[in-house]
Design a protein around this ligand. Structure first.
Ligand code: SAH
Length: 223
């Protein structure tokens, strides 16, 4: 990262960021991830009037009725994904680009898909500003990203009514998918390991509330 704007933002709320990181550490998030949280100013993704709230552990608006996820949620999903150097990751729901940047900084090769053009364009700028090579696509992610499949990891950062079949197909054997599944107002976080083409090991984690996954194999509308 060598962007002056980013360096400046990093200085604004250093103390608040540290308090947030300390509280995330207490929940069991590893230092490897927390070191990255300390390098990406959350202010970058939100409007200036919200800067004071940048390090409160909650989602914040990023435009088009979408949100940058709660830091705890981002960290928790990242832990579940078991990112290792050079794993090929597909993210559905680029949003601000914050989660994608974290995955990239952990050493993953990152492909990310967004269905809202405005957010897609903004995230492209973010990836340039942070000087990281992340492959962004503007499309409905409920059909996955066939042309770049298969993936070692898949992360869905919007609420799915069920697990899109295409995503299961595009996951490698021994690959891991993390996806919140459930109703529009409450979802269970699932971690799915693909044992072979017909067998999966699924673990269920706590409940979360994401914006809806909208598309061919998601919800048909926001309400
Ligand atoms: N990972 C993001 C979270 C963004 S919120 C971050 O770090 O900021 C979820 C995003 O998923 C929204 O931007 C929404 O537009 C997007 N989304 C919803 N349905 C989608 C779909 N079918 N394909 C791609 N993106 C989708």
């Amino acid at each position: 990262m060598n962007n002056e704007k980013i360096d400046k933002l990093l200085l604004l709320n250093k103390k608040n960021r540290k308090v947030l990181i300390d509280s995330l550490r207490k929940t069991g998030i590893s230092d490897k991830i927390l070191d990255i949280i300390d390098k990406i100013p959350r202010e970058y993704f939100i409007s200036q009037d919200l800067y004071d709230e940048a390090y409160i552990d909650k989602p914040l608006p990023i435009g088009n009725r979408q949100t940058i996820s709660q830091p705890y949620t981002v960290c928790f999903m990242t832990e579940l994904l078991e990112i290792k150097e050079n794993v090929k990751v597909l993210e559905i729901g680029t949003g601000s680009g914050y989660q994608a940047l974290i995955l990239k900084m952990l050493g993953a090769e990152v492909y990310t898909v967004e269905r809202i053009e405005y957010l897609f364009n903004k995230s492209q700028t973010a990836f340039k500003d942070f000087n990281l090579e992340i492959f962004g696509f503007y499309k409905d992610g409920t059909t996955g990203l066939e042309e770049k499949a298969p993936f070692d990891r898949i992360i869905v950062t919007a609420a799915a009514p069920n697990i899109p079949e295409a995503l299961i197909k595009q996951l490698k054997i021994n690959g891991i998918m993390v996806i919140p599944v459930g109703e529009k107002d409450c979802q269970k976080m699932l971690k799915i390991k693909k044992i072979d083409n017909n067998n999966f090991k699924t673990s269920e984690h706590s409940t979360f509330r994401f914006v809806p996954l909208i598309g061919k194999y998601g919800w048909s509308s926001e309400n």
